[in-house]
Design a protein around this ligand. Structure first.
Ligand SMILES: Cc1cc2nc3c(=O)[nH]c(=O)nc-3n(C[C@H](O)[C@H](O)[C@H](O)COP(=O)(O)OP(=O)(O)OC[C@H]3O[C@@H](n4cnc5c(N)ncnc54)[C@H](O)[C@@H]3O)c2cc1C
Length: 479
């Protein structure tokens, strides 16, 4: 065993060390199954001090570290390359909720705390963390911070950037950044915390975060609405926002094809409405203030008016939590159902909210026309101007081969349409290794130079998750 590797093993002990291929294997392929890498060992520190020791050894010996939380990321960011020279640095053992301060609406969590466990712990204390997503059973606080995750409550509460009040992290030389105190005002120059949020492990290892919490809901009401087009859905969004914006917490768009895919692949799901509509939206209204009317009453009134204004064609209100969960299960299972239904080129894109409906109705048919035999499914966070734009190939081709051949032509075409609409090629999943080339192709020199300069200033030996997020200088960006 290499000397530096024995030193690392000594730091974490046998509990935090494995180089067994069998034990490492589940963590060497990404959630979507698109990337598989190798690692010399998987190291799982049990404390911030251990992370710091490991990073110091890596820094001195120029060893590459690939941080990993729940491995639920969508862009191959937590998967090492194939060389087998990297250390997979798993934060999952650091899973302690250090503090919940309901009074101040703050909680401090270790990086490896799983989102669902955090939700449950807060619930027991009458609090909640207003960020959730389909991968909540695996996604960790460190991963959510490092990808600046979004999810289905961004409409009201923002992404991780809005929810992180402080961070603790180990920087690439092994020093510890102590930034957990939640200051409302702090003007001491560059905000390291914001650089680490969305940094995908390329600038340091997040070891803990102070996050904002809000009081638990008094009640909520979820409705499933059938309508004719994304434009109608956008009108509905504007209407709900104008009437009850403060209580509107979820607004997700689901096309008929995605609903059908869920019903086919996810056991225990059924169409909430009697017939299929071309488009559906899931609306969630919440009540967290005792003086406000019950969420169901608000929803009933809103939908009544929506029908009067011919915004909706059909709707069903979930009258209890079980029904609300069933509606959300459909939405949250789309990624899994789409994965089961065969290969698709997946694009996590955003455009200004007001332009998304037109983008969906224009770009979908455009792609299907340019690439005959493809089918587009766009679903997700319409209220945030962010949809997952999947382009599926024909049924009768070799899936892997089709993906490889078409990724190089279809994805750039989709991204060009997104850029023309003033959008972003990564709304919430990050860049990872999946979008490196496209980021380089579609970013200007100023942006690329700044990204590379920050990376090389903080991580001169490039030991922190190289090959992710920051394109190599040799890739010439557009001017
Ligand atoms: C079914 C499903 C639905 C999803 N829905 C959404 C959604 O709606 N919105 C959304 O934003 N995402 C969604 N995701 C993606 C995923 O859950 C998020 O990206 C999540 O933030 C990843 O967390 P993780 O702990 O699994 O991170 P990982 O996948 O392990 O890592 C993600 C990135 O963060 C880095 N990283 C991880 N931990 C640390 C750390 N402690 N310090 C430094 N770097 C670190 C990794 O190196 C990698 O670059 C979904 C995933 C699934 C499976």
């Amino acid at each position: 065993m290499k000397n530096w590797l024995s030193q690392m093993k000594k730091v974490v002990g046998t509990k935090g060390f494995t180089d067994s291929p069998d034990e490492m294997q589940p963590w060497l392929t990404d959630w979507r199954g698109r990337y598989t890498g190798n690692a010399i060992a998987m190291i799982s520190p049990g404390s911030t001090e251990q992370v710091s020791e490991i990073v110091k050894i890596a820094h001195q010996n120029k060893v590459t570290l690939v941080p990993q939380g729940g491995n639920s990321g969508m862009v191959g960011g937590a998967t090492p390359d194939e060389s087998g020279q990297a250390i997979l640095l798993s934060l999952r053992r650091m899973n302690n909720i250090r503090e919940i301060d309901a009074q101040d609406g703050l909680a401090i969590c270790d990086a490896g705390v799983i989102l669902q466990n955090f939700h449950e712990a807060l619930d027991r204390q009458g609090q909640r963390f207003p960020l959730t997503l389909g991968g909540k059973g695996s996604a960790t606080i460190g991963g959510l911070v490092s990808t600046n995750a979004g999810g289905t409550q961004v409409l009201r509460h923002g992404t991780m950037r809005a929810l992180v009040a402080g961070l603790e992290a180990v920087l690439p030389d092994g020093s510890i950044y102590h930034g957990l105190s939640a200051l409302k005002k702090d003007n001491r120059g560059y905000d390291l915390k914001q650089l680490l949020i969305g940094g995908e492990g390329t600038l340091g290892i997040v070891t803990a975060a102070t996050v904002k919490t809000v009081p638990a809901l008094l009640d909520r009401c979820v409705a499933w609405v059938g309508l004719a087009s994304p434009q109608r859905a956008y009108k509905m969004l504007k209407f709900l926002d104008a009437k009850e914006g403060r209580a509107l917490e979820g607004f997700e768009i689901v096309p008929k094809s995605c609903l059908q895919s869920v019903l086919e692949h996810i056991p225990g799901t059924r169409n909430p409405l009697d017939k299929f509509h071309e488009w559906n939206v899931l609306v969630e209204i919440v009540r967290d203030c005792p003086d406000a009317p019950a969420a169901q009453k608000v929803m009933e009134k809103l939908l009544e008016e929506a029908f009067e204004n011919e915004l909706a064609d059909d709707a069903i209100i979930g009258t209890n939590e079980t029904q609300a969960e069933q509606f959300w299960k459909i939405r949250d299972s789309i990624a899994e159902a789409e994965r089961a239904s065969g290969p698709a080129l997946q694009h996590d894109i955003s455009v200004p909210v007001s332009r998304m409906a037109d983008f969906i109705t224009d770009a979908g048919p455009d792609i299907e026309r340019i690439f005959p035999d493809t089918k587009v499914a766009a679903f997700g966070h319409l209220g945030d101007g962010n949809v997952h734009f999947h382009v599926k190939g024909p049924d009768d081709v070799d899936p892997q081969k089709w993906m490889e051949e078409n990724a190089k032509i279809i994805t750039p075409t989709v991204h060009d349409l997104v850029m023309a609409a003033g959008g972003s090629i990564s709304a919430e999943h990050g860049i990872g290794q999946n979008k490196l080339d496209e980021l380089a192709r579609l970013s200007n020199n100023a942006q690329m130079n700044a990204l590379r300069s920050i990376k090389s200033a903080l991580d001169p030996n490039s030991i922190m998750n190289p090959g992710k997020l920051v394109p190599l200088a040799s890739k010439e960006p557009a001017s």
